[in-house]
Design a protein around this ligand. Structure first.
Ligand SMILES: *Cc1c(COP(=O)(O)O)cnc(C)c1O
Length: 375
């Protein structure tokens, strides 16, 4: 019997900070500070500081945060917004909801982030913005993307949902574009105990427009300058996030430690490709994604040993039924098309133990060597 390995272990993390979390929850309940109030304000201030932004507008989740940012930037019907072909659907469904038109750009074959070399060819007179995604925890090529955005006067929203504290040449993600969108979904690198999200920006006027839109169109109660939406972080989640935020650097190092260990354990396994980190990027490993030609068989072999894996994401966005209307072909996005059937996310979490990593790598080696012999 080999060791069962979960994909992530949120309870293990809770146990490391249980007294602090329990105290924070009890405080919010005692104060009945459930909506807005001091806990939400404090987390907004702390999070802005942690990511080096001037303003933080908290909201209900990391999908709303993208929608709110696009409203703040003034997306109008017919406006084209460029986003990577391989991401979670939040990145692009919100473009449509904001009234814009989704334009996909292929991802880079090895880093899975928006391929900046293909970006400029997609720009038309109707293009207004770009949403690069720091997928799996590795920053997209922001210097190249920002240069193109500046040349064509486009706004940039960084989708940082998987990349809290990731850096490029020492500079934090989220600090390049006009706004940065974060998710605190429980499994994200900084996770609440329910849904939560935020947008950060250095632009005070944009921060006000976003806050106004997220809060029924006004900055104070009873004030409605515009029609908005209701998207708020609640007091319990804010208090939980404030407890967790100071631990984020150590948890990030924990993920990086697991990734380094995997890199060593998995080196030289025939047919297996471990993650590529581009020069100057500090990967925060929300996910540790490998590639294998026989991905489904590998996933089944691991499942047979009670090792959980995931596929992020099994169908690239242009090939989903949701985007059938755009009529895209595999040859439009060859990298995303090829990767979608080869990628596999291995278990990774900051508290992961050596014996768990060993069990994963032993199982992969057994599968890969066995199937290499068979061919
Ligand atoms: C998780 C995620 C989101 C959405 O966040 P939610 O909080 O689940 O709404 C958006 N973009 C990416 C890349 C994500 O991984």
């Amino acid at each position: 019997m080999s060791l069962p390995v979960p994909f992530a272990d949120l309870h293990a993390q809770y146990l490391t900070i249980q007294p602090e979390i329990d105290r924070a929850i009890a405080t919010v309940i005692r104060e009945s500070a459930f909506i807005r109030g001091p806990h939400v304000q404090r987390f907004e201030t702390q999070f802005a500081e942690a990511v080096g932004a001037k303003h933080c507008v908290s909201c209900a989740n990391g999908t709303d945060s993208l929608f709110i940012a696009m409203h703040g930037l003034g997306v109008k019907p017919g406006d084209e917004v460029i986003a990577p072909a391989h991401s979670w659907i939040s990145t692009t469904e919100t473009i449509t909801q904001a009234g814009g038109k989704v334009v996909f750009c292929d991802t880079d074959a090895s880093t899975y982030t928006l391929d900046a070399t293909q970006l400029e060819a997609l720009i038309t007179p109707r293009t207004v913005g770009i949403i690069p995604v720091h997928l799996y925890g590795q920053a997209a090529d922001m210097p190249a993307i920002m240069a193109i955005a500046a040349k064509h006067k486009l706004w940039v929203i960084e989708d940082c949902a998987q990349a809290h504290l990731a850096r490029i040449d020492g500079r934090m993600v989220g600090s390049f574009g006009n706004a940065a969108s974060y998710s605190f979904y429980p499994g994200k690198n900084l996770g609440a105990m329910g849904d939560a999200g935020a947008v950060t920006t250095n632009d005070a006027a944009l921060a006000d427009r976003m806050a106004m839109f997220a809060r029924h169109g006004g900055l104070t109660k009873g004030d409605h300058q515009i029609e908005g939406i209701n998207s708020r972080l609640d007091g319990l989640q804010a208090a939980i996030l404030s407890v967790k935020l100071p631990h984020l650097p150590a948890w990030t190092s924990g993920r990086q430690r697991v990734a380094r260990q995997y890199d060593e354990l998995l080196a030289g396994i025939p047919g297996l490709q471990t993650p590529t980190v581009a020069a100057g990027r500090e990967h925060v490993y929300h996910l540790y994604v490998v590639q294998h030609e026989r991905r489904d068989a590998l996933a089944a072999a691991l499942a047979g040993k009670n090792i959980q894996t995931a596929i992020n994401y099994p169908v690239a966005l242009p090939f989903l039924p949701a985007y059938a209307r755009l009529g895209h072909q595999p040859s439009d996005f060859p990298n995303a098309w090829r990767n979608q059937s080869r990628i596999l996310s291995l278990p990774i979490f900051p508290e992961m133990r050596e014996d768990q990593m060993q069990a994963v790598s032993d199982a992969i080696r057994e599968f890969a060597v066995g199937s290499a012999d068979a061919t």
